[in-house]
Design a protein around this ligand. Structure first.
Ligand code: FES
Length: 115
């Protein structure tokens, strides 16, 4: 509703100032839509990228991933990343536990963060 009040003065030609209504484009946030595909014990698991731990994202989406300690020590949650980007760099626990397996795309789901 326009609450503008016109007076006699505003009707004089050249005095009426009408501000154009221009739609200002807003920055759109990029939404990650690419699924992350991992493999554990021969089963492929697709995980929708939600910020947080890879394991938590999978479990919250009803996906079955083996795990035990959640501290990066047991290695039960080891997965091989088949497809997908946007994971954090391996942390100290992953480097200690996985060593050379890291270069083959293996990660600890309880430690890998979806960014
Ligand atoms: S659950 Fe033990 S290392 Fe991830």
């Amino acid at each position: 509703m326009n609450n503008r009040v016109f007076t006699v003065g505003s009707l004089i030609p050249g005095r009426l100032i009408v501000k154009p209504q221009v739609a200002v484009p807003t920055k759109s946030k990029k939404i990650k839509t690419e699924e992350i595909t991992v493999e554990q014990n021969g089963s492929k698991i697709e995980i929708h990228p939600v910020k947080g731990k890879l394991l938590d994202a999978a479990l919250n989406q009803g996906k079955q991933i083996n795990y035990k300690c959640r501290k990066g020590t047991c290695g039960q949650c080891t997965v091989k990343v088949i497809k997908g980007t946007g994971l954090s760099a391996p942390n100290e626990q992953e480097q200690k536990k996985l060593k050379n397996e890291l270069t083959n795309g293996h990660r600890l789901a309880c430690q890998a963060e979806i960014l």
